[in-house]
Design a protein around this ligand. Structure first.
Ligand SMILES: Cc1cc2nc3c(=O)[nH]c(=O)nc-3n(C[C@H](O)[C@H](O)[C@H](O)COP(=O)(O)OP(=O)(O)OC[C@H]3O[C@@H](n4cnc5c(N)ncnc54)[C@H](O)[C@@H]3O)c2cc1C
Length: 382
């Protein structure tokens, strides 16, 4: 019997590559092995669902059985891959050994955990899947005050969503301002002011040291000794590629699983894409690069080797308090920010040299309308 193309993971990356490949090669055997239930949902909607009045179950777009019927993919849900044996072209899973013809790693990323002390640390929630989100919403019931750790993209989106959902929200960050790695100072202050107008509180330059249980909630204490109380603590301090399986199998990893533009790892017949992959030095944990990678890989698997190419890809920050579109400069390129801030918007353009090439931008409020025009001037990322 022929062996399947085996995909580990049923996130956007795993499911999209299966769908796209089966469009090109409908008679091929494709098997997705996944630790979750194998259904397709939109992860970006997790940080906007509360204010949209959506329950977690309503976020499932295509349950696994429907996906299997629609596309012809086979799905093994709730099965954990424990080991890859590249020499035998097989994987060991919680449901036994499976052989593959080619293997695609789409294992995503894991939430980074801060080194905090205290008996409340184990209760800190992080949301990186629909299951995580369902747990978060269950625990939110009966709460009033939520502390968010991390004023990055996801932290700001959850802050805005929770505030609109009627919760008190305080965002803690060790940095002196929000989105400190993506925005220059005045643009950062503009977005902060819009979120504060909605009632979000920020505690910057606050390095958390401990989270203790207290009166049915939590006390958060920073290294300077300042402390605050919350009913629930949500961590949004970033993600790290899930590459343990690849590492243990001797597949090359750096910041992620190392792949070339054909999405090939260092092991023959093994590919990687999505949040787990580092494509020629780039970690791009966003929807659009994953879609491009999945389409390219599908063609490669179907017999037409196709290198992935990345244009500059702006990311929308889903903060209804303030429209925000960010496009960081390509990796390895840097210049200076030119900012102009008015009452209704902030425009920051990242330029190389004096009045030189536009490398990236951040557009807030009214200025977000310039997205298309500026994006057209940017150099490709890869
Ligand atoms: C709250 C939130 C909001 C976001 N908003 C945006 C946005 O607005 N725009 C944007 O571009 N991006 C956004 N992103 C990022 C984007 O959603 C992700 O980059 C993308 O969904 C990642 O898909 P993935 O398939 O690579 O990984 P994942 O979705 O993490 O999937 C990984 C899969 O691998 C499986 N898996 C892992 N290890 C194993 C194992 N050992 N055995 C079996 N299965 C395993 C998991 O069960 C899962 O099915 C957001 C992310 C979050 C968390």
């Amino acid at each position: 019997m022929s062996k399947p193309i085996l995909i580990v993971g049923s996130g956007l990356a795993g499911i999209t590559v299966a769908r796209e490949f089966l469009k090109l090669a409908p008679d091929q055997d494709v098997l997705i092995v996944t630790a979750d239930d194998g259904g397709f949902y939109s992860k970006p909607s997790l940080s906007t669902a509360l204010a949209a009045g959506k329950q977690p179950a309503q976020l499932m777009l295509t349950p696994a059985d429907v996906l299997a019927r629609q596309t012809g993919v086979r799905i093994l849900p709730h099965v954990r891959v424990e080991r890859i044996d590249t020499a035998a072209a097989a994987i060991d899973t919680s449901a036994g050994r499976l052989e593959y013809e080619r293997l695609v790693l789409a294992t995503g990323a894991r939430q980074i955990r801060l080194p905090l002390s205290g008996d409340g640390v184990a209760d800190i929630l992080a949301v990186n899947s629909l299951d995580d989100y369902a747990e978060f919403r269950r625990k939110l019931e009966g709460c009033r005050a939520v502390a968010i750790i991390g004023a990055g993209l996801i932290g700001c989106e959850f802050a805005n969503d929770l505030r609109r959902g009627g919760y008190e929200v305080a965002v803690h960050d060790v940095a002196p301002r929000l989105l400190a790695r993506l925005l220059p100072p005045r643009a950062s202050a503009f977005l902060q002011a819009r979120l504060e107008e909605e009632g979000v509180q920020f505690r910057f330059c606050s390095e958390l040291a401990a989270v203790h249980r207290e009166d049915g909630g939590y006390r958060l204490t920073d290294r300077a000794g300042a402390s605050t109380r919350a009913d629930l603590v949500l961590s949004a301090v970033g993600l790290a590629p899930a590459m343990e399986l690849a590492q243990a199998a001797g597949i090359a990893t750096r910041r992620g699983i190392v792949v070339d533009r054909l999405l090939r790892t260092s092991a023959p017949g093994v590919f990687a894409l999505g949040d787990c992959a580092e494509v020629e030095g780039h970690l791009l944990p966003y929807v659009q690069p994953i879609m491009l990678a999945a389409r390219a890989l599908a063609r490669t698997l179907a017999g037409t080797p196709t290198a992935v190419a990345y244009p500059a890809m702006p990311v929308t920050v889903k903060t209804p308090a303030c429209a925000a579109v960010l496009c960081p400069p390509p990796q390895g390129r840097s210049g200076t920010w030119q900012e102009s801030v008015g009452p209704q918007g902030a425009r920051a353009v990242h330029c190389c040299g004096d009045g030189g090439e536009t490398l990236g931008f951040a557009l807030l409020g009214d200025a977000a309308g310039e997205r298309q025009q500026l994006a057209a001037q940017l150099p490709a990322w890869l």
